[in-house]
Structure formats: C-alpha cells, structure tokens
Design a binder for this molecule. Structure first.
Ligand SMILES: Cc1cc2nc3c(=O)[nH]c(=O)nc-3n(C[C@H](O)[C@H](O)[C@H](O)COP(=O)(O)O)c2cc1C
Length: 345
C-alpha cells in the first residue's frame, strides 16, 4: 500500500471531510504563492498529449470541478500531474453554500455525499486569481465551470450564467455550464431542452461577441449533465448540443440515486460521487458518444480510481477524463499513476 494509503489517509479521514479539504487547499495555495513563477512543466510522457476542441492537453486526465471551486490552488494541479483542471463551479456573486456539515465520507462504498451548494468566492474574485495564474509559463489548460447563483430565480438563469461568463471568459481555455448539481434547488430542471437552449444560446452569443474583440478566439463550450437523466433526455441534449454548435459534454455530475450503498451515511441528502457513479456515467458516455459520432468532445468523469477506470471511459467514447473522489481515496499520486499506463497504451 502507498504511503498515502498507510499513513496520510487514515490521519486525514479522522478529520471532518470539509476541514480536511480546506486544509489541503490552504496548504496548496500557500505553496503556490511561494513557488517559482514558471512552475513545473506539465506531466506529459510520450504518447500522453492530445488535442481536443482545438486545445492541446499535455495528458488527458483532469481535475474535476468542485475541488478548486474558487481557483485558490491553480498552480498545484499541473504539479500533481493533471493534464488540465476545471475550476468552479463559480457563480456570478459570492455565496456561502449550505449549512455545515455538508460533505460526508461513505468509506465502505468508496464514495462521498456532498450538498455544498456552490460555496465560492464569486466570478470577480475568481477572475482575478485566474488572471494571475495564467501568467505562469508552464501551465495546463484551465476549464471554468459556471453555475447558477442560488438567489437568482430559474427564469433569470440565462442572465446569471452570462454575468459569470462575462467576467471569466478571458481566463478560460474552455467553459463548462453546470446545470446538473443536485444542491441548488431546481437547477437540474435547466436540463430540459427549452431552458437549456435559452441558456446556451445566450452564452454562445456572448462568446462569439467576445471572441471578435479579444485575443484567443472562441472558447469551446460544454454542458455538464447529471447521470440520473433518462436516456431520452440525454439524447435530446446531445441533439441540442449538435444543433447549436456546442463543443461537447461533461458526463457526469454526482447522482441522487442511492441504490446499493452500504454506508450508514447513505441517507444524507446531496449528490453521491465515487464508485457508485462509475458505471452510470460510463453508460451515459457510451450512449452520447454513439449518438454524437465524433461531433462532440466528451469529458468522462465519475468513479475513476485507477487506470482501468479511465480506460473504460475512454473506450466508451470519452476524449478526456476527470476525477475528484479518487483523489480523496487514492491520494495525490493518482493522476500520474493513471497517465503513465495510458500514455504507454
Ligand atoms: C465535494 C464535491 C464538490 C463538487 N462540486 C462540484 C461543482 O461545484 N461543480 C460541478 O460541476 N461538479 C462538482 N462536483 C462533481 C464532480 O466534479 C464530479 O462530476 C463527480 O464528483 C463525479 O466524479 P468523481 O466520482 O471522480 O468524484 C463535486 C463533487 C464533490 C465530491
């Protein structure tokens, strides 16, 4: 077993999960401030790099949204071996999120339940941090994931998402639109095609306008989906994405399903991540990839704990993968441990 598994994890797992996470991010932020401005080179063994959505990724394994919601440790992710990182979800205004405790470990299930509710520092502060991080010489591609502010009614979602994109656009290599968190009331209803169409068209218009006036061209836009959608809903979203010219899909967010969980905490409200979403998300990736036939990029996420899990998602049709919960259970060596065998393949 690794040092992480023998020593670090048992110590971390004695602490409340959100406090352990906060301590890790604070340490990383401090280390990043002290680090040389250039930072380490991205981890890119021969055969690992790929080009997706017109972006060159040093390797296909990324940090999933939610780990660095407010861009506090951007320099760390490349140093850990990730090929890209998705910051956020960021909302237009800062917000505290739900009452604590709101993150739970389901150790028997290799899972977490969270109901954080988009706690983040808001688009203006995050934009400032990303602007500084972008000046580093060796940096990995950064996706920015935007969510709806809790205080804003669902009917005003297009304007709210667009206020976030307006601030964050210059600092994003790609944009992920999150309409699938279970922890903002009503958010997942924005996956209905009419609501989604209104939001995405508005964001694509904003993107096109900005791309005319600023360097860097258009930012590929993806929508992040819940693994609980029924097949027909997911199919409709694939068709919509193709119709309006989206770059791709992120599949998937956490699940509200609770089938087969062994942990005593399984009844906590929120979204389940980790092993229980692995097959749900892989099946959804496969179906979306078959329907899109190469016309959409797919970022596969959910329950990746090792190289085999990443290969399963890539074989199902994902172009890139991401992970969150695997990092908690397997430790900071995980990105490299996945990338190395993938590159050799
Ligand atoms: C504590 C926690 C917070 C998360 N926050 C976000 C978020 O803000 N936005 C988002 O799109 N996904 C968020 N996610 C979902 C992850 O990005 C990912 O889609 C999901 O956890 C499945 O991947 P995993 O099994 O590797 O964790 C969060 C997940 C966890 C565990």
């Amino acid at each position: 077993m690794s040092l992480y598994g023998r020593v670090v994890r048992p110590t971390l797992f004695r602490v409340d999960p959100e406090r352990a996470h906060e301590a890790a991010i604070s340490a990383a932020a401090a280390a990043a401030r002290g680090a040389h401005i250039a930072g380490p080179r991205p981890f890119s063994p021969p055969g690992a790099a790929r080009e997706v959505m017109g972006i060159r990724f040093p390797n296909p394994v990324g940090l999933a949204a939610g780990f660095d919601k407010s861009a506090r440790a951007v320099a760390l992710w490349g140093a850990l071996g990730f090929g890209f990182a998705e910051i956020g979800s960021v909302t237009a205004l800062p917000q505290p999120g739900n009452e604590k405790p709101r993150v739970f470990r389901l150790t028997e299930d290799d899972a977490l339940i969270n109901r954080l509710g988009f706690n983040n520092d808001g688009a203006a502060v995050v934009a400032g941090r990303l602007a500084r991080a972008r000046r580093r010489a060796h940096r990995i591609p950064i996706g920015v994931n935007i969510g709806k502010s809790r205080a804003v009614p669902l009917a005003e979602a297009p304007a709210d998402y667009s206020a976030s994109l307006d601030r964050l656009w210059p600092h994003a290599d790609y944009v992920a639109v999150n309409v699938s968190s279970p922890n903002t009331p009503g958010l997942r209803s924005l996956q209905d095609t009419d609501a989604l169409d209104a939001i995405l068209r508005r964001l694509l218009d904003l993107d096109a306008g900005k791309a005319r006036a600023a360097p860097g061209g258009r930012r590929p836009m993806l929508v992040k989906l819940a693994p609980d959608l029924i097949d027909e809903q997911a199919d409709e979203i694939v068709d919509l994405a193709l119709d309006i010219g989206l770059a791709g899909l992120v599949i998937s967010n956490t699940t509200i399903a609770r089938e087969g969980l062994a942990s005593s905490r399984a009844g906590e409200p929120g979204g389940v991540s980790g092993r229980p979403v692995r097959e749900l998300s892989t099946a959804m990736i496969r179906r979306a990839a078959e329907r899109a036939r190469g016309r959409l990029a797919i970022i596969g996420v959910g329950g990746i704990f090792g190289p085999r899990d990443a290969v399963d998602k890539l074989d199902a049709g994902a172009d890139l993968v991401q992970l969150y919960t695997g990092l908690i259970y397997r430790g900071p060596g995980l990105p490299r441990a996945i990338v190395a065998p993938l590159a050799a393949r």
